[in-house]
Ligand binder design. Sequence first.
Ligand code: SF4
Ligand code: SF4
Length: 151
Amino acid sequence: MSGSIKDKIAEIIKNTGADGCVECGKCVAVCPMSEMYPDFGWEMSPRGVIRRTVMGADILRDPMIWRCTGCNAGTDVCPEGVSCRDLVRNLRQLALETGGAAKVRTCELCGAPFLPQPVDEYVQGRLARSNRDYLDTCPTCRQRRYLGRNA
Ligand code: SF4
Ligand code: SF4
């Protein structure tokens, strides 16, 4: 891992408060991934991802950063103000920039990457077949389209 990537990860850790994690596990208790994925465990949990990031693991190539839904539930309950959502979001962005990314669905309107494959597969499995085009656009474009239709 190059020095500049290490610096960027250090900045992400600082900005998301990840180095303040006391490993209490409150975020794990509310994380929806425990119900979404049968292989959920410490490695996938926000606590595990935070720990490995802070300990300097090769987190940009860690497949577990692509499992999070971005729900923010863990952030809401964290006594230390750590944002698991922002940590993962920023790590993914950096992974995309440095070529370490998993497959991610891109928006057909703006081209932005927005839905990692594991979350995509889960949502596809839950959506009725008739609603699957819902996933063709990112939340921002979806909202814009909705507001345009209802203006
Ligand atoms: S709730 Fe906060 S302090 Fe507790 S394990 Fe999760 S990130 Fe760490
Ligand atoms: S933002 Fe991600 S890691 Fe945090 S509680 Fe939600 S799904 Fe879990």
